[in-house]
Ligand binder design. Structure first.
Ligand code: 0WD
Ligand code: CA
Length: 376
């Protein structure tokens, strides 16, 4: 059988992956054939404006502008005087996605003879990225709140204590480097297909354009949304194939730096863009003072070739098989269909995935306006 090796680790019933109340994240358990992952289809999009207000349209879409090979972008420019930062202490949970679902209910196929959604899972792309990379993560754990409502499992991240401490104690240099990524976007994007970037403007991280895609991972029907940086100007390329993910990274000067880039950074970049079917990442490589000295394109389909000569490297199949088994695990444990029940699923590096159940607690995240509109 395809997953015979899952049985190697244990002979006790507790370690049977089909009945266990925990889930192992050991990468050796997930080295099997690549699972079916259907080509993601965009079913809609939404925008968040400068005040973080939701709009059921693509008004915040930006257009990719091909840069110079050696551009000299100063990423530090504007940090002190032209930066409006989103308030990260405000937890939005799945609210924007739920708002989009309510606004688009009629065009989303419903299950026959019910008002339920025809999806097993609804979540953010970013949460799925964390799952894909879990078998290789050695530093940061995660906490996911899961609620079953009308036969759909909603997955919403809860900030861990460690992540909150890190956020609240982030040093000044770290704030600056986070700004650099957004400033790079401003140098690379125009507001319309015929325009040019305006690096004299304000960087406002409240603004976002998000795609909503549907796809299937083996027998798991997924609906998720992810923020997209920009699209190709050519209107004949349909989404999500037209989208471009922008990244900045430290300049690569030594073989050791190249190897680390392949083993750690490309894993995150691949996972994030592969999920929604975004075909390329455009990376700005910066020197130590925050000047972009070169720009390179990484086609997501070619990442596996780039990493294949790297010893001890990550494997796409392990990421996808772990995520698939994790979603099966959620279906098995989250059985009570109730909008105020949360299955709190947690993971720390070197440990197994575990969970606890909470009723009407501070972890409940489906808002009343959503539950009522969906008809409880
Ligand atoms: O409530 C939460 N725990 C989260 C909410 C966690 C993550 C995201 N969000 C929401 C926000 O509304 C945001 O607009 O998700 C949106 C982005 O979702 P995503 O695409 O699923 O997230 P991810 O793939 O992790 O990040 C994509 C981009 C990032 O770009 P880079 O190149 O750095 O990966 O979204 C931005 C960031 O620019 N971003 C965020 N923006 C606002 N709030 C957040 C965040 N928490 N995380 C990443
Ligand atoms: Ca980006």
């Amino acid at each position: 059988p395809r997953n015979h090796h899952q049985w190697q680790s244990g002979s006790t019933p507790e370690q049977n992956p089909l009945t266990s109340q925990t889930l192992s994240t050991r990468k050796e358990l997930y080295e099997r054939d690549f699972p079916l992952y259907k080509q993601p289809v965009e079913v809609g999009c939404f925008s968040l404006d400068a005040q973080r207000r939701f709009f059921n349209d693509g008004r915040q879409m930006r257009y990719y502008v091909e840069p110079d090979k050696n551009p000299n972008f100063d990423l530090r420019d504007g940090y002190e005087d032209r930066y409006v930062k989103r308030d990260e202490s405000v937890k939005e949970k799945l609210d924007h996605i739920l708002r989009w679902i309510l606004a688009n209910r009629l065009k989303l196929k419903s299950k026959a003879s019910s008002h339920a959604l025809d999806f097993d899972f609804v979540t953010w792309r970013g949460h799925l990225t964390k799952l894909l990379t879990t078998p290789y993560e050695t530093r940061d754990g995660w906490l996911l709140a899961v609620t079953k409502f009308k036969d759909t499992l909603y997955i919403s991240e809860v900030e861990t204590e460690a992540a909150r401490r890190d956020r609240e104690n982030r040093p000044e240099w770290n704030h600056k480097m986070m700004y650099w990524g957004y400033k790079f976007e401003q140098y690379m994007c125009a507001d319309n297909a015929h325009g040019l970037p305006d690096s004299s403007g304000v960087v406002n991280t409240n603004e976002a354009f998000c795609t909503v895609v549907q796809t299937r991972l083996t027998d798991h029907k997924l609906l998720f949304s992810g923020e997209v940086d920009c699209r190709d100007k050519d209107p004949s390329v349909p989404p999500p194939a037209c989208y471009v993910e922008l990244k900045t990274s430290a300049e690569i000067c030594t073989p050791k730096q190249r190897s680390n880039f392949h083993r750690f950074k490309l894993l995150k970049w691949w996972a994030q863009s592969f999920l929604p079917g975004v075909p390329r990442v455009v990376a700005g490589f910066r020197d130590r003072d925050g000047t972009v000295v070169s720009v390179d394109t990484f086609p997501i389909a070619k990442v596996s070739q780039l990493i294949k000569n790297e010893p001890n490297c990550w494997k796409p199949t392990v990421c996808m098989n772990f995520t698939c088994d994790f979603l099966s695990f959620l279906k098995r444990i989250a059985t009570e269909d109730n909008p105020s029940v949360v299955y709190l699923v947690s993971w720390e590096p070197l440990k197994d995935v575990t969970y606890s159940v909470h009723r009407d607690s501070c972890f409940s995240f489906l808002p009343l306006w959503y539950v009522e509109a969906m008809g409880s």
